[in-house]
Design a protein around this ligand. Sequence first.
Ligand code: AN7
Length: 374
Amino acid sequence: MPHRYTGLVEAYRNRLPISAEARAISLGEGNTPLIELDNLVRDVGFGGRILVKYEGLNPTGSFKDRGMTVAVTQAVDEGARAVICASTGNTSAAAAAYAARAGITALVVVPDGKIAAGKLAQAVMHGAVIVQIEGNFDAGMRLVKEVGETSPVTIVNSINPYRLQGQKTAAFEIVDALGAAPDYHCLPVGNAGNITAHWIGYTEAIGQGTPACAFCAGDCRAPHPAMTDRRPVMLGFQASGSAPFMRGGPVADPDTVATAIRIGDPQSWEPAHVVQKESGGWFDELSDEEILDTQAKLAEREGVFCEPASAASLAGALRDIKRGKIADGSTVVCTLTGHGLKDPEIAMRGALDHIVKVPAERGAIADLLAKKMA
Ligand code: AN7
């Protein structure tokens, strides 16, 4: 039987609060690979498994597509003609693409500078109205909420509960792929929408509802058959210069090389604490240097290229394995939230050290190869 994968809304319609008649606005998102990190596990001498959920392989290159297909499908079903978001980059890329697909307007509010080139390029190409404000993500978010109260436009940031519903499907895919939930699940944390969405997904996967879910609020009236009998310990990692969960409150002027998670006032503050408490997990922070080192190590040792923010999940996991906070023998899943090509400037910083200039002669290249193989 021919089978064309047509995205999350079709794949999980019976687990999403979307009407049976709603036309799915999809780009074939989801169904991303769960890659086993054999080399790195050997390098660090870990007796368990580390797998990365490579969300950078979604259509616009980040996990935001999971949330956006559901949020835009619902918005269009309700008759919306425009969507709006504040964004550090990936949400705006996804909103722009799905709005283009639906034939509606996307207005994206981005911080002044500090947005990765690839993400801005996407918003431009998909024809979004791009508004650059004199302020950071948090200021943009406040502005978008105000506009949403008075103008006929649907907010597609993760405060839109349909976003988290779409993003919960990543947990379903992981449980499907492993046959059970992993022992630990590590994510980079900005607004904390994604870690909350994963917890909703894992909780539904054991046949229950969760207080973090805006639809069932812990009292799921239509529980689905359990797919697994346990949930992972959830670990959330922030960049040190932008770590409100570590400081115990908002950070006024967040700064990090991982611009995707340059967020000082997380929108899912309370739900994320529910996740931490219910799962027995923790938050922690990583320096920019640790984040970039891990991004490079993953690319060099495993052939997997993620953007800086995404590397925070693996950097945290590797450190907690080393410290013994993650038990040896465990199965650990790290979400790689975005593709490395999103932020070419970061990747190219070290390029001059990597590129060797030689005359266009066979001998020069043969010499180089011989040196490398020696
Ligand atoms: C690559 O695009 O908030 O904790 O405006 O792009 O759910 O916020 C991006 C967030 C992690 C954090 N990794 O997820 C935006 C935006 C990447 C991201 C996060 C983001 P949340």
